[in-house]
Design a protein around this ligand. Structure first.
Ligand SMILES: Cc1ncc(COP(=O)(O)O)c(C=O)c1O
Length: 365
């Protein structure tokens, strides 16, 4: 849900023309299943740091982060196996894994509540969105990142770190990713640890390009590549060439500050309208990044599934908590997006949502 005017249409149109004429084979024919070598190298070098050393063999290019989640499910989830995940959880990941009918365990990543012994025991993998989770906007703090990585290394359970929102940070210092923390536990020349780090250009460039990636140990990348082969043979070479050129031209670096500034302003506008109109019924934290505010009803009997229906009729669209709950039992929270609409429209949306709450409470009375 990016702001449409931030999509760099002119720039991408001219890059597309140029790369098709310059690299017709890459753009218009089949390419290797694991992706264009040059873009794999570029992603490896973008994520490499003093601690985290990556090379091409650590990177698989996918058709979006969603395909990466699907492939992870294909190679890591036995039918009926357990996935330890933050609750509430990203609905797209649960959709991707649904065919395996996994069981879910709540991975509580709060100081004092994380149990390093039992959290991962018997799980096939742990799944976390440490930067500004979808749907809650939560940032997992440094101590909890370290504890989870440590538990992962000790238990031998894989950790899937899904990180599409890392560039959308509005305040504070950037925290190290969990794959970076994991690399500190190993002396291998290149990364060979238990973290699978997922990324995508959807939030920082354009979701329509459908280009994502997995960064992991080379053996994991090979297994994922074999699974990908049976899925789509390869992701679009044209779109991979476009992403590579956009990176080389510095387009992503130029877009990021504009996005961050606009989205910060919109987050502030949404939260201020919420304080004016929704504080009577909901609690929330102001997220320091991402795209969402998670509003929890103080009265748990305020049914947010019904509220979403009433709100939709009044012309405001929000996400009900039930879709982010593996058991569909949470009916008392809402996900509000603040990136796709202007500050004025957000304020109007919140006003209509408050009206919808009043209508719903009136129906109950
Ligand atoms: C947490 C999370 N992971 C993955 C994705 C998938 O993004 P895409 O398939 O566009 O790369 C999203 C999209 O909203 C997301 O919120």
């Amino acid at each position: 849900m990016p702001e449409p005017t931030l999509l760099p249409a002119e720039e991408l149109a001219s890059i597309a023309r140029e790369v098709i004429l310059r690299y017709p084979q890459d753009c218009l024919s089949y390419i290797p299943t694991d992706g264009l070598p040059e873009l794999r190298d570029a992603i490896a070098s973008r994520y490499s740091s003093h601690a985290l050393r990556l090379r091409r063999e650590n990177v698989l290019l996918t058709s979006s982060g969603t395909q990466a989640l699907d492939l992870v499910g294909k190679i890591l989830v036995e039918p009926g196996g357990v996935i330890a995940t933050q609750f509430p959880s990203y609905v797209g990941a649960m959709d991707a894994w649904r065919p395996r009918e996994p069981m879910y365990r709540d991975l509580v990543l709060d100081d004092g509540a994380f149990d390093s012994g039992s959290s991962l025991a018997g799980a096939q993998f742990a799944y976390a969105v440490p930067n500004f989770s979808n749907p809650t906007g939560k940032l997992v703090g440094m101590a909890m990142r370290e504890a989870l990585v440590d538990a992962t290394h000790r238990s031998g359970v894989w950790l899937v770190e899904d990180d599409p929102y890392c560039t959308l940070q509005y305040e504070g210092e950037r925290l190290p990713s969990m794959i970076e923390l994991s690399s500190r536990c190993s002396s291998a020349q290149f990364y060979d640890g238990p973290v699978l780090h997922l990324g995508s250009v959807s939030k920082e460039l354009a979701p329509g390009l459908r280009i994502g990636w997995v960064i992991a140990a080379p053996e994991v990348i090979q297994t994922l590549t074999a699974a990908k082969q049976g899925t789509d043979l390869c992701s679009s070479g044209l779109n991979q060439r476009i992403v590579l050129s956009a990176m080389e031209m510095g387009l992503l670096d130029r877009l990021a500050p504009r996005m961050v500034e606009l989205y910060r302003e919109r987050r502030n506008a949404l939260c201020s309208a919420m304080s004016d109109h929704l504080a009577e019924w909901f609690d929330w934290e102001v997220p320091v990044g991402g795209m969402f505010v998670w509003a929890r009803a103080r009265d748990a009997s305020l049914d947010t599934d019904r509220l979403v229906s009433v709100g939709t009729e009044a012309g405001v669209l929000v996400g009900p908590s039930s879709v982010f709950d593996p058991w569909r039992k949470n009916h008392s929270a809402l996900r509000l997006n603040f990136t796709a609409n202007s500050s004025e429209r957000l304020a109007e949306g919140v006003r209509r949502l408050a009206e919808a709450v009043r209508t719903l409470l009136g129906q109950r009375a």
